[in-house]
Design a protein around this ligand. Sequence first.
Ligand SMILES: [Zn+2]
Length: 633
Amino acid sequence: MACAWLRFKCSGVRFFLTIRRTRDSFLPMALIPEETIERIKAATDIVELVAEHVQMRHAGRNWLGLCPFHNEKTPSFNVNPELQIYHCFGCGVGGDVVKFLQEIDKVSFVEAVAFLGERAGIPVPRRDGNAAEDERNDQLFRANELAAKYFHYMLRQPAGADALRYLHQRGMTDEIIDDFRVGYSLPGWSNLLEMAGRRGFSAPVLEQAGLVSQGQKGRSHYDRFRDRVIFPITNLSSRTIGFGARALRPDDQPKYLNSPETPIYHKSDVLYGMSRARDSIRREGTVIVVEGYMDVVSLVQGGVTNVVASSGTAVTAPHARLLARYAERVVLLFDGDAAGGTAAERGVEVLLGTEIDTRIVTLPDGQDPDSYVRRDQGADELRQLIEKAPPALDIYLDRMAAGVDLNSVTGRARAIERLLPLTAECKDEVRRNLMLRRIAQRFDVNENALRTDLAAAQSRPAPRRRGQSAPEVDKETPVSSAPPVQVNKLEREFAGLLLQYPQFLAETARRLEMEVFTDSEVRRLLTYLVEACANGQQLDLSALINDVDEGLSGLATLCAMETFVADNVTEIWEDHVRRLQREALTRQIEGAKREMRRLVESVGPGDELELLQKRHDELIARRVELESGRDGF
Ligand SMILES: [Zn+2]
């Protein structure tokens, strides 16, 4: 027995080393005290958290819904409230609250914990030395949140009557207004300033938050947004970081006024509506990008929810990266009377340089997304347009061609001169070749000549368009591509049993050798468990999930989802041990038989064969003993 344990231990150490990822993945955890992480996990209910992203129904002791990480028609995404874990039997992913947030929001462990802490009202002390910056940012977040509440409240006050009427005229329901927390800023110069001042926010803080401006030559501060309809802009964690404000009266300029860049609001990183749209974007695989806040709100009200807006800027390289996280396909939706918008054009150029499948829909003349979707059948027709949207490259080339004289050599040369750098920025070779071919066809030039020009262009320092960095769309491997976990049913059940009843771990290690498990992943998991138990640690499924790699966390949740009748777990455990031993013996017997046949054929009778025969008989005897239950344990 001691021998078996020793072997278990030895292989355990080896496996243990391979289970952990890099040391780096552990460092962030150290930034938040362990006990805070524990408190936050305990205060967060996984069913509640997942329900914010997935529609679920009760199924036995689990909740069941459509997996947010892969496309499916039949639900296989399970959430277990007792164990506080989830597992998808379709794509094999699994984890706890933190893991879920990490995957769904594509954030780091620390970010996920920080968000959950905030959600649960548990302050998260950080040890990364950025405490001062964190505190400042926290103040800016709180100032923006206060302002959002204030503006939204004012919309329903008598002073906000005009603004509310305007929104109703634009077809917005009260429900959608509340949903997007649309608000109204009063016409005066210091309403917000004074209100926030009474709540302890100084003018300089409000200025840093982008809510007030300072008069020239150090004169006093005044409200930035006056007499405007207000759209709060949130980050991916749904925290308010800034505002888009639309003028109510035609003579008020500019028509749209945004928050300035602040430490928490970076225009080129933020897409309006992203935090609420990303689940449906992921489901559809497509994101619709519109130009205005109002367009986003109307489309959502019309039932088209996979929509975001680039607020007041063209689509930037960081935007493209963000879009690529959730969607394979981007559809840019332009107004019918799009003034050929240079901003829009630049957005197309950025996207063409990435691997994202970019499409363009231009609405009929005089229509914008808002007016289009509000017509009868508008939403359905819009969906059809989106479905059939032509490639952005074709539209873009058409537009370029329209601007030059295609009959003149210089005209064509000028167009190509502009297109080549764009092609050069495209990192995907297949895509780049396709672009070259299209350009050659469209402008009737020799493709090979174009290729030579491109090579020359690439050997020069890459030309940068104004204010842009090269778009580097680092497409992360989508979670949905993870292969389904295939494991031996008996072994999986057994691992599940041990996960849920760790009191059997020590005895298991005594009774079974690692070799009885054929599935290397099950072996890795059990090794981890036994090791943890040998170190006297309490088995903590959630800590395990955050500690191991994706394959193992998926397997752990899968195993943990196995259901056992609590009354007779000892019996079940005994039964599993026997069956595992029996199967292992059978494999050994089969192996011995094969080896004997080989010896008979190659060498003939001899000592070796005799020894093998003896071993074979012993194995058979042990199996008989095992089956009769007289195995001496
Ligand atoms: Zn799945």
